[in-house]
Structure formats: structure tokens, C-alpha cells
Design a protein around this ligand. Structure first.
Ligand code: RIB
Length: 313
């Protein structure tokens, strides 16, 4: 097992999570059953997912100059994430996410970026050496697209852009610069303008993204698994997810991306197909518990995962 740094440039959010029997309709008030405050944000979630599996992780991010900011940095330290590039931002609140989770485990999320909006290209200068030397660089779109583009330009290793939340209008370099462009069905639909409601449609959307300039595409399909397609090969790789009892699907995509980055950084002899299958296994495990980071398993899942993956077929 080789071990390379995983550098994540991205968001930290405080998640305010309400559990309710179902998601409310527009204009409707419903009674919830439980409330939790969690550490979230796609960037930090993906970083923590990789760290919990044993990855060497560094997060470049901004938190607010408030109590949440201090608590967030302490949480990342507990999770063994390198925090030297995390800044507290004067006059900004920490980013927050308002999340509702239904009894079926589905969710609705509104994020208010707060300090995350202040992460800028100058912040990357300080981290330049670690970004360019990263084995795997991971980005999302809860921080500015300009920051993502600059980080991608600095990177000499493998890069993954989890293009979430999706953008209606975007700089084409977001598609062409990353080694791997990773989206779910909804995001793929926004970036391509195509419907993505089945595996067949997902394949067409992935092909369209390659035509638009992506080097390779991972399209996650929730409990149906994930699809991988690369420019140099017409054959896509598809893997299903293990069937589990879904309690809370929030952050499953982050568990997938964090695990995928972990395998890319640490298991260079594992095939892409096995990496996709393993990341699906780890994402599926995360939905069996509430929350995002707190639902991610530690290193103990690795052995189970690799055993399961190598016993199939
Ligand atoms: O992907 C899940 C995450 O999205 C949540 O933790 C929330 O903070 C939003 O960023």
C-alpha cells in the first residue's frame, strides 16, 4: 500500500438537521421528530471520510470567527485532518446547512456559505506546495469556482472535482481540468441538460460530459451504485451498491468521494472498477447511520469492504 497526501480544498458547514416523517411541501409546516447539530460541508465531509479510512489528509478551508469556527477546527483535529491551512474569517459567520431528513432517508438541503465564500485564490498560495504535490486533490463547488480552477491548475497529481452543487452557467475548465469529474444524477442533468432517471440515461449523460471535455466521469446513482466512463475508452464501468437499511442518505456522496480519493491515494494497484465498487460499499454503509461525518466508519470497515469486493465475481 503506497500512501500519498489527499488535499481537499472546500467547505465547512454546521449542519442543522431536522428529522421528520416526510419532506414538507412548499408553504407547509410539519412536525419533526428529532433535531441534531453536526459538522458538515461537502469539502470537510469528504476529507473526514478519507481520514477515517486512514488517509493522510489536508484541508484548505475557511470557517467563521465564531464559536462554531473554533469547534470545527477542533473536530477536524480529532479526526486527524491537517488544519494548518484553515483560516478563521473576521466578520463572517461559519457556513451553515439547513437539512431535513425524511423517514425514508431522503433529504433536502439549503446551504448559506458564510465564511466559505471568502476562500480565495490567494489562500491557495500558502498551500501551493501541498496542492501541487498532492497524490489526490479533491474539490467541490460550495466554495468559489475560481478557487477550484486555480487549485486544479496547481495540481500535478490526480484531481477529482465533485461538481456539487451544480451550476447552470460555468467555466468550461471545470470540466476539462479535473482528472475525474464526479456528479450525481441531478447534477449530471444540470451540466448536460439531459434527463438522468435511469442507468441508460446516466450512460448518455456521462458520454455527453466526455464530449463536453471531461477526461473521465463518475456518475453516482444513489442506492443504485455508480458509473465510470473515461475519454480513452468507450466502455463504461458500472457497479451496484449493496442493499442496506437507509436511515439518512445525507453525505453518502461525500463518503463515496472521500473513499474513492482514499483508494486512489493508497491502493494504486486496485482497478478503477474495484475502487468504484469499494467506494459504493463505504457510501452504502454510511447511510445506515444518521448524520454525515459521524455516520462514516473508521478503518475497521476497510478490511470488510475489501473482503466483500474481492469475494464478488
Ligand atoms: O453532502 C452533504 C453536505 O451538504 C452536508 O453536510 C451539508 O453541509 C451540505 O454541504
Amino acid at each position: 500500500m503506497t500512501s500519498k497526501n489527499i488535499v481537499v480544498v472546500g467547505s465547512c458547514m454546521i449542519d442543522f438537521v431536522s428529522y421528520a416523517p416526510r419532506l414538507p411541501q412548499p408553504g407547509e409546516t410539519i412536525h419533526g421528530t428529532k433535531f441534531m447539530t453536526n459538522f458538515g460541508g461537502k469539502g470537510a465531509n469528504q476529507c473526514v471520510a478519507a481520514a477515517k479510512l486512514g488517509g493522510r489528509t489536508i484541508l484548505v478551508a475557511r470557517v467563521g470567527d465564531d464559536l462554531w469556527g473554533d469547534q470545527y477546527i477542533a473536530n477536524l483535529k480529532t479526526e486527524k485532518v491537517e488544519t494548518k491551512y484553515i483560516q478563521k474569517t473576521a466578520d463572517a459567520t461559519s457556513g451553515i446547512a439547513q437539512i431535513t431528513v425524511s423517514d425514508t432517508g431522503d433529504n433536502q438541503i439549503v446551504v448559506v456559505a458564510g465564511a466559505n465564500e471568502y476562500l480565495n485564490v490567494e489562500d491557495l498560495d500558502e498551500a501551493r506546495h501541498d496542492i501541487s504535490g498532492a497524490g489526490v486533490l479533491v474539490l467541490q463547488l460550495e466554495t468559489s469556482p475560481e478557487v477550484a480552477i486555480k487549485a486544479l491548475q496547481l495540481c500535478r497529481g490526480i484531481s477529482i472535482l465533485n461538481a456539487a452543487p451544480a451550476l447552470d452557467e460555468y467555466d468550461r475548465r471545470l470540466l476539462t481540468l479535473p482528472t475525474i469529474f464526479c456528479v450525481n444524477e441531478t447534477e449530471a442533468s444540470v451540466f448536460t441538460g439531459l434527463p438522468v432517471t435511469s442507468l441508460a440515461e446516466a450512460k448518455l449523460a456521462a458520454q455527453d460530459l466526455i464530449k463536453k471535455g471531461c477526461n473521465s466521469v463518475v456518475l453516482t446513482l444513489g442506492d443504485k451504485g455508480a458509473l465510470y466512463l473515461e475519454k480513452s475508452s468507450p466502455e463504461s464501468v458500472y457497479h451496484t451498491s449493496p442493499s442496506v437499511n437507509c436511515i439518512d442518505s445525507t453525505g453518502a456522496g461525500d463518503a463515496f468521494v472521500g473513499a474513492f480519493a482514499f483508494f486512489l491515494a493508497n491502493y494504486k494497484n486496485l482497478s478503477i472498477e474495484k475502487m468504484i465498487e469499494s467506494a459504493c460499499y463505504i457510501a452504502a454503509d454510511s447511510v445506515t447511520r444518521p448524520g454525515t461525518q459521524k455516520s462514516f466508519s473508521g478503518r475497521e470497515i476497510l478490511e470488510k469492504c475489501l473482503k466483500a469486493v474481492f469475494l464478488t465475481r
